[in-house]
Design a protein around this ligand. Sequence first.
Ligand SMILES: Cc1ncc(COP(=O)(O)O)c(C=O)c1O
Length: 394
Amino acid sequence: MRGIKDCRADFPLAGDLVYMDSASVSLCPEQVIGAVAEYDRRYRANVGRGVHRLTRFASQRFEDARARVAGFIGGQAGVTVLTANTTASVNMVAGGMRWRSGDRVVTSSAEHHSNLLPWLRLRERGVEVEVVAPDPDGLLDPTVVAAAVDDRTRLVALTHASNALGSVQPVREIGRIAHEHGARLLVDGAQSVPHLPVDVERLGCDYLCFSGHKMLGPTGTGILWMREPDLDPLFLGGGMIETVTSDGYTPAAPPARYEAGTPHVAGMIGLGRAVGYLEEIGMDEVRRHEAHLTGRLFAGLSGLDHVTVFGPESPEKRIGVVSFVVDGMHPHDVAHILDEAAGIMVRSGEHCCMPLMRHLGLAHGTVRASLYLYNTAEEVDLLLAAVEEITRMV
Ligand SMILES: Cc1ncc(COP(=O)(O)O)c(C=O)c1O
């Protein structure tokens, strides 16, 4: 059984610098790099097409990876579709539901733009989109959501964990409210699936969207999990049909129906390996490790003069995404100094969450340190020391 302490050596980049931008793209372990390279070297071929031995082998590996990813989220009973990223997954739901004028969607101003813009665009089709506001810690109150959901609501679309503030939303409770009104629940799991044990049955969601590159997998991989395959496919073409005539087509059974064109075969195989890696360590262990580091980081930053930290303090209500500002300094300047002076990589700016930043009165956004299983307490202390040094410039 692999322990979290042993894992650091698996990440080639982890020793060279302090990487704290995992909420954007995580580092990738040798095991995943190897699985992707093995596909390219030994059995590179298309999947679900033809009969030669390489394509059969690649197809088997591709489907094994899909099954592994489905198992990781407890989603064996639903349909697990490979997409390019969370953004593509959300757009496939927005574009695949049959909307009628007067339908309603409820979402929030705490969302990443990827789980907001696809809904806002539906207004052009007569869909009413209600955007509820979170509290100052970025947390949604289920009673506020309940007040926005009615019997015309077809979908409630919310993030599980905020990429800007780390807040973990009560999506399970909100899901119950949605279902009482006959609405569906879409969960943006881009930040929760990599960091928390997520089980679609426990969560009660109807759609779960997440990205492989935030959970040790290759870039350009995402998943759309759906309870019922009742969406219209957004893309049409090769690989997604049963039969075609000059007059029309019969779509293939899901998931192929939703995977038109040659998929990111190496990506899916790499994502399957990434999931296997996380399973070896155990998501409870990942969560415990990150909660420990996050508590240390949150407390350390909160204790510094001229630093304001955002998001909930309670470890149960957050993931390892810690956003802060230094008085009088642009977040990009802070991030530049952290890189140049201390070799620490953090994200700065609005984190694709402009409505949330406006809601918090943050004109230039925040500096965001996001942690993962390969980060250490020593790295957290390095960041704290570097930020303290920066506050002396204020
Ligand atoms: C909460 C959340 N939703 C959606 C996205 C979009 O993910 P992607 O860029 O992989 O499509 C992100 C990316 O940071 C995110 O953090």
